[in-house]
Design a protein around this ligand. Structure first.
Ligand SMILES: [Zn+2]
Ligand SMILES: [Zn+2]
Length: 220
């Protein structure tokens, strides 16, 4: 079956996130998604919490984290340990030993802490997936990410990088999975049965995200 999953979503547990997990799950269902991966900044959502949330919210919640390594951002799906402060390649090494999945988000976007061409090249041996479409990244950086994936025969994914529920699902990954349970979906992602889909977040939604973030900061 083909499942639509947004593999890059931030909740209000991220310092710059604006929506609760409940609001995100509602938005995902409204937009016809089959699930979301929660990838808060440096804050792991583990497998057991993700399973609990999936049941409570009625949509698949995939465990994950977006790490801020010294070299730039790296997403780990189904993380099994804390990575606090480790450099990029040490994270990749540990995560792959654990059987976790690596996604290089917005790799060619220097404005969003993308790791860039040479660091991305150094991770090829860890079989990462490449986020070839990030709804918050400029088209030219997405194009470069897609070129990089194609040149190196790496599987491609997409995610909204939503920090507000309105943006969830603007970009998403079509996952070809034998069933919709978490283990099957993770296994299908890990072997690259993925295709990026969707587009970029509208200027109106991006502006609403900035305003909502400001209001949240003012209110403390
Ligand atoms: Zn990022
Ligand atoms: Zn992000």
């Amino acid at each position: 079956m083909l499942l639509k999953i947004d593999l890059h979503v931030h909740t209000d547990r991220s310092p710059d996130g604006c929506s609760s997990i409940g609001e995100i799950a509602e938005a995902a269902k409204r937009k016809g998604l089959d699930g979301v991966a929660i990838t808060d900044h440096d804050l792991i959502l583990g497998e057991s919490d993700a399973l609990k949330l999936s049941c409570e919210l009625g949509t698949l919640v995939i465990p994950g984290v977006e790490l801020s390594t010294p070299e730039g951002h790296l997403i780990v799906l189904n993380p099994k340990r804390e990575f606090g402060g480790l450099p990029l390649r040490a994270v990749a090494e540990s995560a792959r030993q654990d059987g976790s999945i690596l996604i290089i988000p917005h790799p060619m976007d220097p404005l969003s802490h993308g790791i860039g061409f040479s660091e991305a090249s150094s991770l090829i041996l860890y079989s990462p997936l490449i986020e070839a479409l990030n709804a918050s990244t400029l088209n030219r950086y997405n194009s470069r990410a897609k070129d990089f994936a194609l040149r190196n025969s790496l599987p491609m994914v997409a995610g909204s990088d939503a920090h507000l529920a309105d943006a969830v699902g603007d970009a998403f990954t079509v996952v070809d999975s034998p069933s919709c349970d978490m283990a099957s979906v993770l296994s299908s992602i890990s072997i690259g049965k993925t295709a990026p889909s969707g587009g970029r977040t509208s200027a109106a939604t991006a502006a609403k995200t900035v305003c909502t973030r400001l209001i949240r900061r003012i209110r403390g």
